[in-house]
Every structure is written in C-alpha cells, then in structure tokens.
Write a protein that binds this ligand. Structure first.
Ligand SMILES: Cc1cc2nc3c(=O)[nH]c(=O)nc-3n(C[C@H](O)[C@H](O)[C@H](O)COP(=O)(O)OP(=O)(O)OC[C@H]3O[C@@H](n4cnc5c(N)ncnc54)[C@H](O)[C@@H]3O)c2cc1C
Length: 413
C-alpha cells in the first residue's frame, strides 16, 4: 500500500532534506517546526562528496555548488614559529565545477543557514507542507499510525497523525525524550568545550589554506574559510565550566594569542560567537512507527565534519527505505529495523572513533613533535610528506570509509 503521510519533526537540514527527497518520490510529507524561522547559529559548513550525492538526488546540488565553493584542502600545523604545515591533504579539484553529466562529487563549503534556505525553498516549491511555530510536546502510536501532539505559537493545541514519524529535531530532540526519557542518550560529554565563531580577518599575508587545524595543548583551534567573500570559521577549545559571559570576555585574548598577527578586536569583524558543549552519543533509531535521524539520534564533535555528514547519510538511507515501502518492494518492519541496525553500526564503528581522534589529536599531546610520534594519523601523513619531498612516488591515500549505506540492496524486487 502506498504511504499516505510521513510526519517529520524539525526543519533543520536533515528534516528539510528528507522532506524534499520524499516529496520528490511522491510520498506525502508534513514538516513540523517549533521556530518561526530557520536557525542561523554558526554550525556545519563543509559537505563531503557523500552528502553531495544526496543533495544531487534531491535536485539541489547545482544551486549549493553555485552559492558555495570548493575548498583547496586542509592542513595540520604547529602554532609556534612560522606555523608550518605538519602535513596536508590537497583537493585537486579546488575551484573547479562539475562538467555536464559528470557525477564525480567533491566537498563543497556553504554555511548551514544558507544551505537551509536552499532546502526550504525547494521543499515549498515541491508543494510539501511546513508548519512553522508548531512545537511537538507529546508522541504516541498504535498498530496503524503514529502521532505527535503540538502546541502552536498562537496557543492552540492539535494532534497530527501519519503512518510514520521521523524525529529530525536536533540534539535536544523532544521525540527522542518522549520515546526514551529525558536522560537516555548513551555516550559522554567532553570535559572541554568549544567556541565556534564566524569572522572576517585578512589572512592573506599568512599563507593560510582554506582549512587548517592547529595542534597545541592550550590554543588548539581550526581556521576555515566558509564563504567565498572571506568569511572564516574560527573554532577553538576552551576550559569547561565557564559561563557564556566569561567565554565572551576571554575571546579577544584568545584570538590575540593564537591568530597570526596577534590582532586586536578593531582588526577583525566578529559576526557570530557560539560556545558549544561537545558530546559523543547515540541512541536506538527506531521504535515502532518512530524513526530518529541525524542529531536527534547521534552526536559527535564537529572536528572533521562528521556530524551532519552522518545525519545526511541517515536521511539517504531513510529515503530509500520509505521509497521501498511506498512501492511495495520491501517489508516495512524489516527495512526500518535494518535502518536502525546499519546506521547505529556506522556511528559506532566509524563516526564515533574517527571524530574522537580528530578532536583529541589537536590537544592531547605536549606539542606537535609528540603528536607526530604518537598519533597514528599524523605519523603516517608526516612520513608521506617526507617521502614526497624526497621525490618518492606515493600511492593515493585510501578514501575515508563510507558513511552512506545503500538500502535498495534489501529490496526484494
Ligand atoms: C561548531 C559546529 C560546527 C559544525 N560543523 C560541521 C561541518 O562542517 N560539517 C558537518 O557535517 N557537521 C557539522 N556540525 C554538525 C551539524 O551542524 C549538525 O549535525 C546539524 O546541524 C544537525 O542537523 P539536524 O537537522 O539534525 O538538527 P538541527 O539543525 O538542530 O535542527 C533541528 C530542528 O528541529 C527543531 N525542533 C527541535 N525541537 C522541536 C520540537 N519539539 N518541535 C518542533 N521542532 C523542533 C529545531 O527548532 C530545529 O530547527 C557542526 C556542529 C557544530 C556545533
């Protein structure tokens, strides 16, 4: 039986992308969002080739690529002296565009709030319904349907039903809390916190790449260009236990200490400032007719951009699963259980360990020399760098393990 309605809670990037994909496949969706407008905090900005595959399937890759840019690569650097690169990964296609018909996906960079606008416009153009100002406060299900109870911002209350409900409602997910309780989100919170900023500063005298990580026990940080007009994301580690006001007061001194040229606030323009607690957590992603995806289901630190990349891969797997159900090619119960098994496995085996390594290698050693000696990734990369300088021919680096999982392989016909 074709699906008659999938309810999606949360108009963040994962909810919007799922709504776009499903409505493109003729599956009716209703998207429920508590806020009146999309979130504009500085968060994701880099989308891997795998994410671009899903954007392409949703029909929005061309506009994302034309509004964004292709970063030239990433380096890991020391902070002392000339801030030399310890190692780097170059993107050979930097600045390039896909040729007609070419399906070679590459990392693209665009701030999340601009991606959200693109997705929102496309969802509305496809005729899908977005209910802004509707907050989900309760959930329930029986054999044939699932529902959410909403409180609208005009005070009215309503129960909305669908055949399935997908919680894409972010790290503090109400859907997850109502299914499993407020305290159930297995994993841990890092003792260190981070501060994400968006800022303009003239890095051109300093031989910076589009993205770089600095290995330092105190001033570990990342500087990445996130917009072609020279908007940069500067994210840095901070002591835990500080209040927002304390962190804000420390920011000028942090920038002066670790940015090249030791700038004072009159020398850069700070556009956004957002402290974050950082978590590594994952929960069961299916409970009957309820599914969870992206941050509602799992969290990781942002180093390496595995957060939303993993979330977008969830959305791709869920899309295929619902299309299989809608077209009668797969048993609903089997495929949705498979979704839970596969996606949690990918978080456990790839996203969680890789993201932990990505963040901790920046601060856990006394300095870059110890990091190169003890961190397997930096050691391998630095040895390659030495061999390259000696003129040796190197084999290509293996690509990162795939986060995407093709659910159509479980279709019966
Ligand atoms: C500093 C930082 C940098 C990052 N950089 C990257 C990066 O480069 N690449 C990458 O892949 N990832 C990155 N991430 C992670 C990424 O930003 C998140 O994974 C992503 O935003 C999660 O999207 P989402 O759709 O799951 O949730 P959100 O974006 O949090 O959206 C959830 C939506 O649900 C709504 N909602 C919540 N509760 C309710 C309710 N009760 N009723 C109705 N609606 C509700 C919210 O209002 C919100 O609109 C970064 C994160 C941080 C913190």
């Amino acid at each position: 039986m074709p699906l008659t309605k999938v309810l999606i809670v949360g108009a963040g990037p994962s909810g919007l992308l799922l709504a776009l994909l499903l409505s493109g496949a003729g599956i009716p969706v209703e998207l429920i969002e508590q806020a009146r407008a999309l979130d504009t905090n500085p968060r994701a900005s880099h989308y891997t080739a795998e994410s671009c595959f899903e954007f392409d399937r949703a029909g929005v890759l061309d506009v994302i690529e034309s509004e964004g840019f292709f970063p030239d690569g990433v380096s890991w650097r020391r902070l002392d002296g000339e801030r030399e690169r310890l190692c780097e990964i170059r993107n050979p296609n930097a600045g390039g565009k896909r040729e007609n018909g070419e399906k070679e996906y590459r990392m693209v960079c665009l701030p999340l709030h601009r991606l959200g606008k693109i997705l929102e416009k496309a969802v509305l153009e496809r005729g899908a319904v977005i209910r802004y100002g509707w907050k989900v406060v309760g959930v329930g299900q029986d054999e044939g349907k699932a529902w959410v109870d909403v409180e609208k911002d005009d005070g009215e209350k309503e129960r909305v039903e669908g055949e399935y409900v997908v919680g894409c409602d972010g790290a503090n997910s109400t859907v997850r809390r109502k299914l499993y309780g407020d305290d159930h989100f297995p994993g841990f919170t890092w003792e260190k916190q981070i501060v994400a900023t968006n800022m303009y500063y003239d890095f051109s005298p300093y031989d910076y790449d589009d993205s770089q990580f600095f290995v330092h026990p105190e001033h570990w940080h990342m500087v990445a260009k996130i917009q072609a007009d020279g908007l940069y994301r500067v994210t840095y580690g901070e002591q835990s236990g500080l209040t927002y006001d304390e962190l804000k007061a420390r920011q000028p001194e942090k920038f002066r200490a670790f940015l090249p040229g030791n700038p004072t606030p009159d020398q850069y323009k700070l556009v956004n400032f957002s402290p974050y607690k950082v978590h590594q957590r994952c929960v069961k992603m299916r409970e009957g007719r309820f599914l969870l995806a992206a941050d509602a289901a799992h969290l990781c630190n942002p180093w390496g951009g595995l957060g939303l990349t993993g979330g977008i891969a969830d959305v791709g797997s869920l899309y295929d699963s619902f299309v299989g159900i809608h077209t009668g090619r797969v048993d609903a119960d089997e495929i949705l259980s498979k979704y839970d098994e596969v996606r949690r496995g990918i978080w456990r085996d790839i996203i969680n360990p890789m993201s932990i390594d990505n963040m901790s290698r920046l601060f856990k050693y006394d300095g870059p020399e110890e990091a190169i000696e003890k961190d397997p990734f930096l050691k391998m990369m630095v040895e390659r760098e030495v061999a390259r300088k000696e003129g040796k021919v190197l084999e290509d680096l293996p690509g990162p393990p795939p986060l995407r999982h093709d659910m159509t392989q479980y279709f019966k016909n």
